[in-house]
Design a protein around this ligand. Structure first.
Ligand code: BDP
Length: 558
């Protein structure tokens, strides 16, 4: 799947802006422009824009609609590309259903046939979460129950584009670097219709370094894509009728013993679990917010992040490629804890499993060419202690590895241990979440050293795989200080993080630390949340809390 790009063969028209929205009935069909439509921004979530609680928390179907016109050309095909709508949706062009979206974090790419001079695009979104959606949820007595700790933002969250393709066109481009261990050897696989094809590669200065008729070629004096020191080449695929440009980086990812190697050099993951979440926008993609996030990460000397708990926008990954961040690309499989409903009695619920596998494939189709993606996570905190999880995840891992060449992991829950996890054996790197001294023994920093050492060492001893502490953190209200340090103060967060890090420094099978979370984020209302989850090392405004200065110093030389 290729991102729509503009060049002399292809056009792109942007449909972002102010659309009409309306909450609609279950069986609603968009046969004409809805007369109750009110203005709504795209991309954005509606939840942080509306001021009425019932509307903000609405669960059910919501219509997004707009009219549009594009220049008409006979010699090309038209397609629609919706970056993401949360969650499922049905798409209609001039009252005709043209397709569906199956998940809130993946693009929907559909042919647009029979375009008129003036057209109406209607998207009916369903934001309800069930045992068969990703993330999972449950509807009880008509009320949405959320199984995970992030807000169920709803809306069109990423760009809506109409684009054209030549009739004979390139469908897909897969770029593999470091073929047979040789740096600079590149192989390109192009899917599509063409008679002639050639491959050109430009370096970062825009100079042509390769022009080849063959799909496997050598880049002279290759410059590698390194962690925090990226180098991106541009591949231009030219056929007799079409052209597509894709950036790529030359880098090799490997696990040797307990080392995670990028370009033959061991790396230590320093960074965060994050969320796509910001004031007013909700989950609406915005490059200014992404850039502020990345500038803060550079400032604090982080080198990596996990796209917890769903695939982030393609624009985020483009920028991560450029900043040289290492990304653990996570599927939207959070909240897999409803074992009876999700997994059935004797192993996998076939429907849930089939969707999960499809999402792993689509993640590959979308993200395969990004050098920043160095590992894939199939799920965050499923109930790995449940025996049925073994069969389920055996299949998910095997299927994921059919596509992905990078290491594959699964993030173990706070109560998953080496002795009771049925699935840790499938991971290439064991990612472990721990909230010692926070959710257990709350406020007691003295429990961390012994318990964390034991939990992580047990995982290593049993599986002999490298380990990442993929979540640890403490809710912190900025400006709150206590002496001695008590929970929710900036002091406590700083000492809490330092205490965990002290353990990691002693365990050489540990290859990384991802603090939970990069910034404060919205959750559903509940007693343990003061306007959301406050474990951010940065506030929601993206200003540093006290712990940020500790981490900046620590990560400078780590
Ligand atoms: C972890 C979850 C994460 C939560 C975090 C917390 O993976 O999504 O936000 O707990 O409670 O278990 O802060």
């Amino acid at each position: 799947m290729l991102y729509p790009k503009i060049n002399h063969r292809r056009d792109v028209y942007n449909l972002n802006g102010v659309w009409e929205y309306a909450f609609v009935e279950e069986d609603y069909l968009p046969t004409a422009m809805n007369p109750n439509g009110k203005p709504m921004a795209v991309p954005a979530s509606y939840n942080e824009i509306l001021t009425d609680m019932n509307m903000k928390e609405y669960s059910g179907k919501v219509l997004y609609e707009r009219e549009f016109a594009v220049p008409k050309r006979e010699d090309c095909l038209y397609r629609l590309r919706i970056g993401a709508t949360s969650h499922k949706c049905e798409v209609y062009l001039n009252s005709e259903k043209i397709g569906e979206g199956i998940n809130g974090f993946y693009p929907i790419d559909l042919p647009l046939e029979g375009l008129k001079e003036q057209n109406r695009l209607s998207i009916v979104i369903d934001n309800r979460l069930t045992a068969q959606t990703f993330p999972n949820g449950r509807i009880k007595n008509g009320k949405q129950l959320i199984q995970h700790d992030f807000y169920n933002y709803t809306g069109i969250h990423r760009d809506v584009l109409v684009y054209t393709l030549p009739k004979q066109h390139i469908d897909d481009v897969v770029i593999r670097t470091v073929v047979d261990g040789d740096y600079g050897k590149v192989s390109v696989e192009v899917r599509g219709e063409y008679k002639d094809i050639r491959y050109r590669v430009l370096n970062e200065r825009g100079e042509e370094v390769v022009c080849s008729k063959e799909n496997v070629f050598q880049i002279p004096d290759p410059v590698r894509w390194e962690v925090l020191n990226s180098y991106l080449y541009t591949l231009i695929v030219e056929t007799d009728t079409d052209q597509y440009e894709e950036k790529f980086g030359i880098r090799k990812v490997e696990i040797k013993g307990t080392q995670f190697l990028v370009n033959d050099k061991p790396v230590y993951f320093k960074g965060f679990g994050m969320h796509e979440d910001f004031f007013v926008l909700g989950k609406g993609n915005n490059p200014a917010v992404t850039l502020r996030n990345f500038e803060c990460m550079k400032w604090i000397n982080a080198n990596s992040f996990r796209t917890s708990h769903y695939p982030y926008s393609e624009e985020v990954l483009d920028l991560a490629d450029r900043y040289g961040f290492l990304v653990i690309d996570e599927a939207p499989a959070a909240g897999l804890v409803l074992w009876e409903e999700c997994f059935g009695e004797n192993g996998a619920n076939e429907e849930t499993l089939a969707i999960h596998k499809e999402l792993m494939k689509r993640l590959y189709e979308r993200d395969k060419n990004h050098p920043c993606v160095v590992m894939v996570s199939v799920s965050n905190e499923p109930q790995t202690t449940e025996k049925n999880s073994e069969k389920y995840f055996e299949e998910v891992f095997a299927y994921t590895r059919k596509f992905w060449e990078v290491p594959v992991t699964l993030v173990e829950p706070s109560l998953g241990y080496a002795h009771n996890s049925c699935v840790a054996k499938f991971s290439d790197v064991i990612c472990v979440n721990r909230y010692l001294g926070w959710y257990t023994n709350h406020g007691d920093l003295t429990v961390i050293e012994e318990k964390l050492t034991k939990d992580l060492t047990d995982f290593y001893e049993k599986y002999k795989k490298p380990v990442i502490l993929s979540e640890f953190g403490a809710d912190t209200i900025e400006g709150l200080h206590t002496l001695p340090a008590e929970g929710f103060s900036e002091d406590f967060q700083t000492f809490y993080i330092a205490e965990n890090c002290k353990v990691l420094d002693k365990l050489d099978f540990c290859i990384g630390e991802h603090v939970w979370n990069f910034a404060d984020f919205k959750t559903q209302q509940t007693t343990g949340r003061v306007r959301g989850n406050r474990k951010g090392v940065f506030t929601k405004e993206r200003q540093p809390k006290m712990a940020a200065y500790y981490l900046k110093e620590r990560w400078k030389n780590k």
